[in-house]
Design a protein around this ligand. Structure first.
Ligand code: SF4
Ligand code: F3S
Length: 248
């Protein structure tokens, strides 16, 4: 049986959804037909208004543990959460804060897709007037954090598949799957030998180690140097001569 996914987009640029739908192995069609049932996802669903929110209400009134909740985006808590409203229920605005809390209490697993949901991201940067928080700061349940700006398609699809088929993957101290975030960028970087021999780029575009122009690879955990990004895994930040900014 395909795992049911409820994908809530809170305050987000939609980059993580775009990344998810750009997965190649499996691609969207395979995901939707064979692995997952995207029960609620405003990015692709046809329903709007109460028809859309009605799907969420059904999950709230249905049996527990019947779906995986994915949250993309940070959750604003100022003004009672009114800076992000997902719909109206009973004539009242249904805030992202309420929706995340209520749905997380019913979900089998809760996944934070992307850095905003996992750690707050740019939304939670000072002065943060709307009180943006990561998902883990607004609910008591365990959150599987799959960060990245955006999240890599493989990281989110792989994590969802693992949850659906095998349960919780091994997680690190930030609740990120060790499968993808177990080692630092620096550990696996192709320019590590330049670092060790002191050959540093002085500006972006130079083909040496980017440490002296701000590379966060030594303190950033992700497998970008070996997984790569874009379509058929074409390249990654340092590979195109720009420092890792530590997006995960
Ligand atoms: Fe480490 Fe960054 Fe230099 Fe690569 S480019 S060796 S990750 S400091
Ligand atoms: Fe992000 Fe650094 Fe990878 S900026 S995409 S973690 S190389």
């Amino acid at each position: 049986m395909r795992a049911k996914i409820v994908w809530l987009m809170t305050n987000s640029c939609a980059g993580d959804s775009i990344s998810f739908f750009n997965a190649l192995h499996p691609d969207y069609r395979q995901m939707a037909e064979e692995f997952f049932e995207l029960s609620y996802d405003t990015f692709v669903m046809a329903g709007q208004g109460h028809i859309a929110t009605g799907v969420l209400v059904e999950f709230l009134e249905g049996p527990p543990d019947s779906f995986i909740l994915v949250v993309e985006g940070s959750v604003p808590v100022a003004a009672g959460g009114l800076y992000c409203v997902l719909g109206h229920v009973g004539g009242k605005p249904w805030t992202a804060l309420q929706a995340v809390k209520e749905l997380a209490a019913k979900a089998r697993y809760v996944v934070a897709a992307g850095t905003c949901a996992a750690f707050g991201g740019p939304y939670a940067a000072r002065p943060n007037p709307i009180g943006s928080k990561p998902v883990s700061a607004v609910i008591p349940q365990k959150v599987v954090n799959v960060p990245g700006c955006p999240v890599h398609p493989d990281w989110i699809v792989g994590t969802l598949f693992h949850l659906a088929e095998y349960g919780l993957p091994r997680l690190d101290e930030y609740n990120r799957p060790i499968l993808y975030f177990g080692e630092t960028i620096h550990d696996r970087c192709q320019r590590r030998h330049y670092y060790e021999s002191g050959m540093f780029a002085q500006e972006p575009g130079e083909p040496w180690c980017t440490y002296k122009i701000g590379c966060k690879g030594p303190v950033t955990h992700a497998d970008c140097p070996v997984r790569h990004w874009c379509g058929e895994h074409a390249n990654w930040p340092v590979g195109v001569n720009t420092p890792c900014i530590g997006c995960t």
